[in-house]
Design a binder for this molecule. Structure first.
Ligand code: BLA
Length: 316
């Protein structure tokens, strides 16, 4: 389990608070997302039987990049779960959690998604049960999984308010209960974030408990392609990629993204990024490097209190 890594450049400076005569430095190392993962794994084991995923052999490492940055990878599978994996990166100035659970194509369950990026100054948070299918146009699918979760979403939307404009294309991968928020590290919101994580994960596990594997080949194919499209989007356009590249270098970052974080890209389907997202095609046939073609939008939460989409066709 050893991987060769180059030392990273410093990522951020500590936040300096001038609240008295002496400046004091706020370190983020007190925050750890390990507690979140510990909860998730313990709770999952109460609901299903986890076994190490085939990825575990290659990616089971605790990589110590520079003696200061700890990188932890972990992956499992279970009867309804194709892949449960988490990446944790922790140093004095940065805490990162990328935790996701991808269901098997036999079920149309949402994808559990917790993406937390914390530096000494800033937290960038996405917590959601990412819909497998389109919840803006497909009412049945939306009602099936999200109707009962709207009150939960509303509760946390108050404490963890909408983080402002984002890559417009991302909104289709989010559910009406998505928590997309940003807050300064000086704001003590870790408690409420933990509570949201616990509630959202329990909600996902309850959906998993009720899920029934389909035997309908068309349905399974449809679920598989939807997951493949999701993986293809994230492996190409995930905002975390730049950070991973700075930490690990190009080759290892690419390997982590394709073969660990968004594993399934080469197994679940044959389509390429431009087959799903042709608007990103440049004149020379390459993929446009821009994260968004439409631009950033959604200054405010584009779902109302009943979970109805009010984003007005990608214009905010
Ligand atoms: C920023 N990360 C963001 C933003 C979103 C997400 C919505 C706001 C910027 C934008 O999109 O315009 C997260 N976007 C998602 C997720 C999905 C999506 C989860 O479409 C799922 C479908 N963030 C991480 C990890 C890292 C990270 C693991 O979760 C680093 C390894 C970093 N996210 C990160 C950084 C930014 C960011 C540095 C700011 C970069 C920017 O705004 O360009």
């Amino acid at each position: 389990c050893s991987l060769t890594l180059k030392p990273p450049p410093p990522l951020s400076t500590n936040l300096v608070l001038f609240n008295s005569k002496k400046p004091c430095t706020l370190q983020v190392s007190a925050i750890s997302y390990k507690k979140f993962v510990h909860f998730a794994l313990t709770e999952t084991k109460h609901h299903t039987h986890l076994v190490p995923s085939p990825l575990h052999e290659k990616y089971c490492s605790m990589i110590d990049i520079d003696g200061e940055t700890e990188v932890q990878l972990l992956s499992f599978q279970a009867p309804m779960v194709r892949l449960l994996r988490r990446l944790c990166i922790e140093s004095e100035t940065m805490q990162i959690l990328d935790f996701a659970v991808f269901p098997k194509p036999e079920v149309d369950l949402p994808i559990f998604c917790a993406n937390f990026f914390t530096t000494a100054s800033m937290n960038i948070i996405v917590l959601d049960l990412n819909p497998l299918h389109d919840v803006i146009t497909m009412r049945d699918y939306k009602d099936k999984y999200y109707k009962s979760l709207i009150p939960l979403g509303l509760k946390y939307a108050e404490f963890l308010p909408w983080g402002g404009k984002l890559t417009s294309e991302s909104i289709k991968f989010f559910s009406p209960v998505v928590i997309w928020t940003k807050f300064a590290s000086s704001q003590d919101k870790q408690g409420v974030l933990y509570s949201a994580f616990v509630d959202y994960y329990k909600a996902w596990l309850e959906l998993m408990d009720k899920a029934v594997e389909s035997t309908d080949a068309t349905q399974i194919l449809w679920n598989r392609e939807a997951q493949h499209r999701y993986l293809t989007w994230r492996a190409e356009k995930d905002p975390g990629y730049g950070v991973l590249k700075r930490l690990f270098g190009d080759t290892l970052a690419k390997d982590l993204v394709r073969n660990f974080l968004f594993q399934g890209i080469d197994e679940l389907g044959r389509k390429q990024f431009l087959d799903y997202f042709p608007e990103y095609c440049c004149e020379d046939g390459t993929i446009n490097k821009k994260r968004s073609i439409v631009g950033k939008s959604y200054e405010n939460r584009p779902w109302d209190g009943r979970g109805e989409f009010v984003g007005n066709n990608f214009e905010d």
